[in-house]
Structures are given as C-alpha cells and as structure tokens.
Write a protein that binds this ligand. Structure first.
Ligand code: ADP
Ligand code: ADP
Length: 217
C-alpha cells in the first residue's frame, strides 16, 4: 500500500509561500485504482509527483510499501504518464518505449517486453515510426506503453487523456481499465473531469486548494 500522513508541500514563489498541499492523509491499497479530481491548481500534480518521489514534501511522510512484482529491479517500479506524451522525436516508437529500460536488462528481454506492450496497445504497425508521424491518440498510447513496459507496481497518470477527442479518450479509458484488471498495479489517475473520475476510479478523492475535501467509494 501507499500511505501518506500529514503531507504538505509549500512552494516559494517570489518571496511568497504557495501552499500546494495541506495535511493530506490517504492510504491507497495495493492494486487499487484511485482518482484525484479537482480544478486546475488544486494540487493534483504535486501530490502525484510526491507519490513518484519526484518532489520532496515540506511536511509529513509517504510510505510506499507495495510488494515489488518486477523482475527488472528489486526496488519499486514506477510508471509515470504525462498529459503530453513527451516522446523523443529522434527515436522510433520502439526506442521511445524501451529507452528507460536500456542497460537495465538484456537486449533480448528488452525486445520481448517492447514487443509485448506494442501488441497490447495495438501499436505494432507503428514500431518503427517517428513520433511526428503519430496521431494524438497513438502518441498517447506510446506514452502509456512506455510507462507499462517495466511492468510497474505503481502507475501514476497525470491527465493522460485530456488532450484527446472524446472517442479516442473513451477507447483509451477502456483499455486502461482492462490493463489494470489484468495486471493490478496500484494506479493513481489525475483528472479535472468529474465524469472521467467516476468512470475510472474505484476510489475517487476530490481536491480543492491543496486539501482532500471528499472521498467517494
Ligand atoms: P494541479 O495539478 O491540480 O493543477 P498543481 O499541483 O500543478 O495543481 O499546482 C498546485 C499549486 O502549486 C498551484 O498554485 C501551482 O501554481 C503551484 N505550483 C505547482 N508547481 C509549482 C512549482 N514547481 N513552483 C511553484 N509553484 C508551483
Ligand atoms: P498541470 O497542467 O499539470 O497543472 P501546469 O501547466 O500548471 O501543469 O504546470 C506546468 C509546470 O510548471 C509544472 O512543472 C509545474 O510544477 C510548474 N508550475 C506550475 N505553477 C507554477 C508556478 N506558479 N511557478 C513555477 N512553476 C510552476
């Protein structure tokens, strides 16, 4: 499980304190699908980054106690998906997906893993394509594939589908749910879209101004 206690984050901007998070206390059971929903600026991304270990909280603590199921690394595998896939334009789709695991496993294992996620995400025919040849939906699939290739125990997604058209978004929401049910990583999904939150989450936390204000099961 992933547990945060009295978590707070203050950014210092031009001599002012910005309270991005205040006294967050939540526990995410291993294998759960949690959604953080709230308006822009309420602290969702900050909380997600704290879960990833990308930022140091100002107060409180995060305890990550998810049994690692990865064969690549004995430590916790984390997959992070951004709203913009942020693919490296000079690399092929396959190279983008495999980039983070290069030198962490054998070439043979890497090739197998990349082939597996390409197939899972319906990306086989784009394996050798460059990012600028992809539609928005396909680029999002690559971003998801890149996060999944290490078989993460913890999958963190920051508005991954917000820029997509409604049909593509709906399809990718379905695919994400299928992947979650098959692999059962602990998922934290950030969105400002209440409809998306209710559709995807088995637990939904509503955030406002750095606080968790409501929980829906
Ligand atoms: P959300 O993801 O819900 O839009 P964020 O976590 O990005 O919210 O931001 C929460 C608050 O913290 C906002 O007021 C934002 O401007 C501020 N903030 C976020 N990141 C930084 C940063 N790196 N430096 C300073 N302030 C930040
Ligand atoms: P998001 O779409 O996830 O809410 P933003 O567009 O608000 O992200 O922020 C983009 C980047 O700028 C992030 O790295 C965020 O941490 C940083 N950021 C957000 N607000 C501020 C701020 N007031 N001062 C400095 N950096 C900020």
């Amino acid at each position: 499980m992933l547990e945060c206690k009295s978590l707070g984050k203050i950014y210092h901007v031009d001599g002012n304190d910005v309270h991005a998070l205040s006294d967050i206390n939540i526990t995410l059971p291993t294998g759960s699908f949690t959604v953080l929903v709230g308006p822009s600026g309420c602290g969702k991304t900050t909380l997600l980054r704290a879960f990833a270990g990308l930022i140091e909280p100002t107060t409180g603590s995060i305890h990550r106690d998810i049994p690692p199921c990865s064969v690549i690394s004995p430590s916790l595998q984390i997959g992070y998906v951004f709203q913009e896939p942020r693919l490296m334009p000079w690399l092929t789709v396959s190279q983008n997906i495999g980039f983070g695991l290069k030198n962490k496993t054998s070439k043979q294992d890497l090739n197998r893993r990349v082939a597996d996620v390409l197939s899972m995400m319906g990306l086989e025919r784009f394996a050798q394509a460059r990012p600028d040849q992809l539609s928005g939906g396909m680029a999002s699939r690559v971003g998801l594939a890149r996060a999944l290739v290490g078989n993460p125990d913890l999958l963190l997604l920051d508005e991954p589908f917000a820029a997509l058209d409604a049909m593509t978004r709906r399809r990718l929401q379905g695919e994400l749910t299928t992947i979650w049910m098959a692999r059962k990583p602990t998922v934290v999904f950030v969105t400002h879209d209440v409809e998306e939150a209710v559709l995807l989450g088995d637990v939904v936390y509503r955030m406002h101004a750095g606080l968790i204000t409501e929980r829906y099961d």
